[in-house]
Write a protein that binds this ligand. Structure first.
Ligand SMILES: Cc1cn([C@H]2C[C@H](O)[C@@H](COP(=O)(O)OP(=O)(O)O[C@H]3O[C@H](C)C(=O)[C@H](O)[C@H]3O)O2)c(=O)[nH]c1=O
Length: 182
């Protein structure tokens, strides 16, 4: 497992070692001991898997009382994945970082607790799979608008068209009014 530094040090881009041969490939997608070296002593309690069509954007989501760390990867297609630092005590508070994750590059992004998370599908469709450090807590969900002017996330919108979002995500709040972490 190799890692690549990003503008927000606590968000880690991981690149698993891929063993290719005439049959195809093999890779270890998660190894607790390696993860702890690069990301910290977190454990995971829930795995998620979603399928999204081209141009879909899911997020910016987070839980406040039970914040989830997320180790995310794409197993079909390609997305632009974004994490936003909501920790007031952080030197990178209010900043965002993004990475292109795809079935082809097999890269993973560690998004720690205390961040809002979202992704935008740039391929025809994308399957998104991720591990969470805490359980889904529906009454504890918050959403910041994907196009918040203060965050000014540089989404690679295809053809300049706005993304398709769920009704819930269309009602997201501004970064300014969103609840934050200490
Ligand atoms: C997240 C989640 C959802 N659900 C149910 C609730 C709804 O009936 C249905 C779809 O939920 P939602 O529209 O919130 O799914 P996403 O828009 O993909 O939400 C996720 O989007 C961004 C990318 C995130 O980082 C979060 O993991 C998560 O908020 O699945 C569950 O049963 N368990 C869960 O953990």
């Amino acid at each position: 497992m190799n890692i690549s530094p990003l503008a927000i040090p606590d968000v880690v881009l991981l690149m698993p070692k891929v063993f290719g041969d005439e049959r195809g490939f093999f890779m270890e997608t998660f190894r607790q001991s390696a993860f702890e070296v690069h990301c910290g002593a977190y454990t995971f309690v829930q795995d998620n898997h979603s399928l999204s069509a081209h141009g879909i954007l899911r997020g910016l989501h987070y839980q406040l009382e039970k914040p989830q760390g997320k180790l995310v990867r794409v197993t079909r297609g390609e997305v632009f994945d974004v994490a936003v630092d909501l920790r007031r005590s952080s030197p990178t508070f209010g900043r965002w970082v993004g990475a292109t994750l795809s079935a082809e590059n097999k890269q993973q992004l560690w998004v720690p607790p205390g961040f809002a998370h979202a992704f935008y599908v740039t391929s025809e469709a994308a399957e998104f799979q991720y591990k969470c450090t805490d359980y889904y807590n529906p009454g504890d969900e918050y959403c910041i608008r994907w196009d918040d002017p203060d965050l000014a996330i540089a989404w690679p919108l295809v053809g300049g068209q706005p993304p398709r979002v769920s009704e819930k995500d269309g009602q997201g709040v501004s970064f300014e009014e969103s609840p934050k972490f200490p």
